[in-house]
Each structure stands twice: as structure tokens, then as C-alpha cells.
Design a protein around this ligand. Structure first.
Ligand SMILES: [Fe+2]
Ligand SMILES: [Fe+2]
Length: 216
């Protein structure tokens, strides 16, 4: 995954963000991502490392972020949404400074703000963890965390995307078109999943009823 140990990455993050509120957030994301990865049976160390590095570049001036990103297509794409640059810059630093070679980790860092179409499970975990980790104090974040604690990961993910759009609109900014498409994709998947659960439930009780009728 990387030539550096997780311990060294932790040390770098602690050093960079000591005495900053951001440290609590970063550790919260890393812990929650690790917990969710364990729950869903995927590599929890990858999730932890992605959480540790997801906001590594956060307070640097935009000009510095653009220098790090060094990709005109990305720079142009987010010129009206510069708050996204930190995710791309953090992913570049994870690769170049922390020698992370694993594309899944790099993508989870890159897409942590609002996800992307056809997200991997690790990417989804980062989005939800970033939105709802314990130190987040907004009511929307707490609401999503409660849903997550009740075991509905897919609803928590959908709402993380939805409320991120809502926050952009509340600031008077325009969300990216892509954000609406992602939300639409998740809504369709969510309802399809619910429909399948209901169908299976009906099928199950239908079978039980048939079974009882046979032995009446
Ligand atoms: Fe971030
Ligand atoms: Fe974050």
C-alpha cells in the first residue's frame, strides 16, 4: 500500500495539525472509516489511511493547491467550486509525499467531498465518515450519524450527498451538475434496494403461507 508505516503517517498528521480543531475531525473520519470498513469486510487499514490523509492539504492558499494539483482539466472543472481543490491536492500529496500507491486510497481521498458516479465502497465510506464523524456539530451531520448508527448505511450516504448540495445552495453557490447526478443514482439504487427487500419479504411470507396451507 505504501512504503511508510501507518504510524509515520499518523505522526505527520499529528505534527501538522497539532492544537487544531481539524485534528479531531481527521481522527474522527479515520476511526469511523476504519469501523465501517471492518463492518463491511473490506481492508480497514486502507480506510484508516484514507481518513488520515483526506484533509492533509486544507488551509494552504488556493494558489498552492493549484500548484500541487498541476492538472489544468481539474483546475478548470472546479474553478467555481474551489472548496473541492483540497481533496485533489491531498490525494496528490498522499501519492508523492506519503508514497501511497494504492489507487483505491487515492481515489477515496480525491472524491471525499461529494463522491462520484459509481463509487467504490471505500469511496462511499469516506464520504459518509467525512460528513458524520463524531466531532461534526451541525444538526444535519448528527442526523446522518444517527441513521448510520441505526445501521442504514445507504440512507446515510444518500443524505450526506443531499445535505452537501443543500449546504452549497445555502451559501448562494451553485452545486456541480455531477452532484445531482450522483444523488439521482443513489436514490434509484436505494429505492431498488428497498423494493427488493419488500419483494423478498413478501416472497418469504408467501412461502410460509403456502407451507402452512400444505400442512393444514
Ligand atoms: Fe475535506
Ligand atoms: Fe474532512
Amino acid at each position: 500500500m505504501t512504503q511508510l508505516s501507518v504510524k509515520k503517517i499518523e505522526e505527520a498528521v499529528y505534527k501538522k495539525y497539532q492544537n487544531s480543531k481539524r485534528l479531531n475531525h481527521i481522527l474522527g473520519v479515520a476511526r469511523l472509516a476504519k469501523e465501517l470498513a471492518t463492518k463491511f469486510n473490506i481492508d480497514s487499514e486502507k480506510a484508516y489511511v484514507a481518513g488520515l490523509l483526506h484533509d492533509y492539504i486544507k488551509y494552504e492558499p488556493v494558489s498552492q493547491m493549484l500548484e500541487i494539483i498541476n492538472d489544468q482539466e481539474i483546475i478548470d472543472k472546479f474553478k467555481n467550486a474551489p472548496q473541492i481543490y483540497h481533496a485533489y491536492a491531498s490525494s496528490v500529496v498522499a501519492k508523492n509525499e506519503f508514497m501511497i500507491e494504492d489507487e483505491e486510497i487515492l481515489n477515496a481521498i480525491k472524491y471525499h467531498v461529494y463522491g462520484r458516479l459509481n463509487m467504490t465502497l471505500l469511496e462511499k465510506i469516506l464520504v459518509v465518515s467525512d460528513f458524520s464523524e463524531d466531532s461534526r456539530e451541525y444538526a444535519r451531520c448528527k442526523e446522518v450519524r444517527k441513521i448510520l448508527d441505526n445501521g442504514d448505511f445507504h440512507l446515510a450516504l444518500r443524505l450526506s450527498i443531499e445535505y452537501t448540495i443543500e449546504a452549497v445552495l445555502a451559501k448562494g453557490d451553485q452545486p456541480m451538475d455531477e452532484q445531482y447526478k450522483i444523488l439521482e443514482q443513489l436514490r434509484n439504487k436505494y429505492w431498488l434496494m428497498r423494493k427488493n427487500i419488500i419483494t423478498n419479504y413478501r416472497r418469504f411470507y408467501g412461502t410460509i403461507r403456502t407451507y402452512k396451507r400444505c400442512f393444514r
